[in-house]
Design a protein around this ligand. Sequence first.
Ligand code: NDP
Length: 236
Amino acid sequence: MTVIVTGASRGIGLSIAESFARRGDRVFATYKNTTHTLPALSESLQKDGFSLTPVFCDVTSEASIKELFEVAGGCDILINNAGIADFNLLSDITEKLWDKIFDTNLKSAFLASREASRYMIAKKWGRIINISSVWGVVGASCEAHYSASKAGLIGFTRALAKELGPSGITVNCIAPGVIETDMNEHLSPADMAALCEETPLGRIGKPSDISHAALFLAEADFITGETLSVGGGFGM
Ligand code: NDP
């Protein structure tokens, strides 16, 4: 199958892209600023007989998304993973910052899903998996913009599940809890320990926890419009 994973140059996306490639899929994995990780992964996968193609894509740009789909030439499974976070008081969130968060986290999923749906509708089969966040479900203080964009993804998912279900396409969200990636590297060891304590399963998540969930949703035939929390119980 042809799989497109956005924001695959680091963290969760990198793990998802590798998992699908090792399943035997033809993976197109996007990067923007981080250029070194995907070529290295692609080379090591190739040695094992698997296929992963790195593709530059700025997910906030309609033209860049269109180019990505032209390079891939199809899409059976789309994982809208690229995202950015920010921590600011409401009074310090500028219009420009709000738009940047929404363009990267939400408009991107609209643009990519619109392209992917053309291929999926023609085949009467497809999977769209949107990486939301626990904060999109419960909201986070000082992350009103991030939380709202991730909540928007959940609404987008539910609406699209209804629209695309009759075409054999499932649309679901994963809502990660706290996952050990660059996105959380600004947190101090004390912050991490506190988050760990708030997590019923008593540990910080790994990117592979999310890629396991993505593989599960890709294989699930009768689940759509759902938000699967993968955070060890964090934020329940
Ligand atoms: P990272 O910061 O580790 O990686 C972010 C990825 O998104 C990078 O590959 C980056 O590409 C890409 N990206 C950012 N902006 C753009 C853009 N404009 N166009 C294309 N790609 C872009 O994040 P995580 O792996 O932690 O997060 C992945 C997803 O999971 C995000 O949507 C995030 O919101 C969500 N999430 C993460 C949680 C966590 O605790 N880590 C918790 C809940 C949700 P590059 O570096 O090449 O520019």
